[in-house]
Write a protein that binds this ligand. Structure first.
Ligand code: GAR
Length: 197
């Protein structure tokens, strides 16, 4: 069995979309893969409740309890690696995990560390993507699923979705429109990846 570990910091709606798709599409039977654990760096992340309610192991690793980024990432890797199975290294999905990861961590999971970012990369890496797209006068916005490489919000693109920016859009309105698409492309991209693994 290939284990999938999902890292979150907040609402976890992308994580929930992946869990639901895995159940609906029978990822265990189809790909021999299951969402084994959800790890949050914030104890109050609402997504943890959804995961528990769906019988998924949840863990909290508070980054504030560690003296450095390196120490936090080392502890995180230790937690994640418990889900390695012989010949089946764990697949790690960032789903609204709002921490910058060290190069050491990223390289350890090369090719099996995936992120979703709420913009059409390479445009608008970093934060406040929706407001920046509106301010730039973009007519379209969207989301990108990509493999994670050491450079922030770069790495091979696995999937993208495009939505219109409407006149009078606020960042929140655009965020909601983009998020609906995120919930479709993230599970699809992971299913595609599992098919090739
Ligand atoms: C999503 O829009 C995701 O693309 C974004 O955070 C949100 C998390 O929502 N991620 C980033 O901004 C990463 N740089 P969710 O917790 O409901 O899935």
């Amino acid at each position: 069995m290939k284990n999938i570990v999902i890292l979150i910091s907040g609402g976890g709606s992308n994580m929930a979309a992946i869990v639901k798709a895995a159940q609906r599409e029978g990822w265990v039977e189809k790909y021999g893969a299951r969402v084994a654990a959800v790890i949050s760096n914030k104890a109050e992340a609402p997504g943890l409740q959804f995961a528990s309610a769906h019988g998924i192991v949840t863990e909290v690793l508070d980054h504030k309890a560690f003296p450095s980024r390196e120490a936090f990432d080392a502890a995180l890797a230790q937690l994640i690696d418990r889900y390695d199975n012989p010949g089946q290294p764990v697949l790690v999905l960032l789903a609204g995990f709002m921490r910058i990861l060290t190069t050491g961590f990223v390289n350890r999971y090369a090719g099996r560390l995936v992120n979703i970012h709420p913009s059409l990369l390479p445009a608008f890496s970093g934060l406040h993507t929706h407001q920046r797209a509106i301010d730039a006068g973009c007519q379209v916005a969207g989301a990108t699923v990509h493999l994670v490489t050491p450079e922030l919000d770069h790495g091979p693109i696995l999937a993208q979705a495009v939505v219109p920016v409407l006149s009078g859009d606020t960042a929140d309105a655009l965020r909601a429109r983009v998020l609906t698409q995120e919930h479709l492309i993230y599970p699809q991209a992971i299913a595609g990846l599992l098919q090739k693994m």
